[in-house]
Design a protein around this ligand. Structure first.
Ligand SMILES: NC(=O)c1ccc[n+]([C@@H]2O[C@H](COP(=O)([O-])OP(=O)(O)OC[C@H]3O[C@@H](n4cnc5c(N)ncnc54)[C@H](O)[C@@H]3O)[C@@H](O)[C@H]2O)c1
Length: 368
């Protein structure tokens, strides 16, 4: 496979192109390469500025449609970002969540195996399961996963993602790489409830919405769970390091693709990678504190004028079936070893960029 960035004959298929990560990846592909993009999504409202771009073709379609899957699999590189991935939906819509995170990826993977496309599939750090407050680094090919009971339907997402990974890894002939994101943040993430979406968005948009509306930030079960928040720009840099490393390497299953120092290391195919920033670990309560301070700076107000955060129970906030993992610290050694990649953007910088965008985008009077 030769994926030179200056080769204008290459088209990358980005599935879920209209979403948070997809919109950043699209911009980066157009800026850093001469590739064309075949973008698929249910909706492209975030991409108004790109809709007429000469190197883009957008297909507004559902990945559940087999004809759409066949079209996608015609391209040499397929990045699959399509998913239902907001925690509030894991409880009430378990079957839809499983279809989206297992059935659709499995069908797409099967088509890619037939056509020979390289499938870069987005999984999740949730596949490490119900981690504890003292859980150590989560290592891609070593850490065992323990999940909550079936009655805790929050795990519908993680178990579907894990099964999709197992399916992909077991599929003969498929050239694949799995990405496990650790809480990416940045502009364009999710929605503002009642403005351009309904329900409960992920924590960044959730807290940003509350700050803009002058409401208290809700700390589910005290906000004790810890996460390593990672700038979406680092995530895009990871993907470019991956594309570069995958270019010119032998096909799937190769165990001798890359020589690093005196060691022979496996290549980037048939591998799962954590993508996260160890330096950016905070509890959700600490995240709330940082976001209040940064929001006050962005708006030029005194932080003491903002409402204090409020503690709520998980079931009260998300409904029956809520559960959580308490700490998610990625091992980043594999991405560093095989790709020379390390996330660099500090949390405060990522949060200020995200909040500035959120305020600029939604503070039009329509938000209240
Ligand atoms: N953002 C993160 O921090 C994070 C963390 C863990 C995992 N992930 C994974 O990364 C991927 C992308 O996440 P994101 O944050 O960009 O999410 P997102 O919700 O912003 O984007 C997903 C996109 O997929 C589209 N989509 C959903 N179902 C579809 C279907 N049936 N057909 C076509 N399009 C469909 C949605 O319309 C949406 O635009 C997902 O697989 C998600 O599970 C992301």
């Amino acid at each position: 496979m030769n994926l030179r960035f200056d080769d204008s004959s290459i088209t990358v298929a980005i599935v879920g192109c209209g979403g948070f990560i997809g919109s950043h990846l699209l911009d980066a592909v157009l800026e850093r390469t001469r590739w064309r993009v075949f973008g698929v999504d249910l909706d492209f409202y975030r991409l108004q500025h790109r809709l007429n771009h000469e190197r883009c073709e957008f297909l507004c379609a559902d990945l559940a449609d087999p004809a759409v899957v066949e079209r996608i699999a015609q391209f040499p590189l397929v990045v699959n970002l399509a998913a239902i991935c907001t925690p509030s939906r894991y409880m009430g819509e378990a079957c839809e969540v499983i279809r989206s995170n297992y059935d659709h990826p499995a069908t797409l993977a099967t088509a890619c195996a037939r056509s020979g496309s390289w499938l870069v599939h987005f999984s999740t750090s949730e596949i490490y399961g119900r981690t504890l407050p003292d859980s150590g680094e989560l290592i891609e090919d070593e850490t065992p996963a323990v999940f909550g009971p079936v009655a805790a339907s929050r795990w519908s997402y993680a178990t579907a993602k894990l099964l999709a990974e197992r399916f992909i890894a077991g599929l003969p002939g498929l050239k694949w790489t799995v990405v496990r994101p650790f809480n990416f943040v940045g502009p364009y993430m999710d929605f503002m409830p009642g403005v351009d979406g309904e329900g409960i968005p992920r924590v960044l948009a959730n807290f940003s919405t509350a700050l803009l509306r002058g409401e208290p930030l809700k700390l589910v079960n005290g906000g004790k769970a810890k996460r390593c928040f990672t700038s979406v720009h680092d995530a895009v840099d990871f993907l470019f390091a991956l594309f570069a490393a995958g270019s010119g390497l032998p096909d799937a299953g190769s165990e001798t693709a890359v020589n690093i120092g005196s060691k022979t290391a496996p290549g980037v195919f048939s591998q799962a990678f954590n993508v996260g920033n160890q330096e950016n670990e905070v509890s959700i309560a600490e995240l709330a504190g940082k976001m209040r301070t940064i929001f006050a700076k962005v708006r030029g107000v005194d932080v003491s004028t903002l409402p204090e955060p409020q503690i709520v129970s998980g079931e009260e906030y998300y409904g029956v079936g809520y559960d959580d993992s308490m700490r998610r610290m990625p091992s980043v050694a594999k991405a560093e070893r095989l790709l020379g990649f390390k996330a660099r953007i500090p949390l405060d910088v990522a949060l200020e960029e995200s909040l500035s965008w959120f305020v600029g985008h939604y503070d039009t009077g329509a938000s209240s």
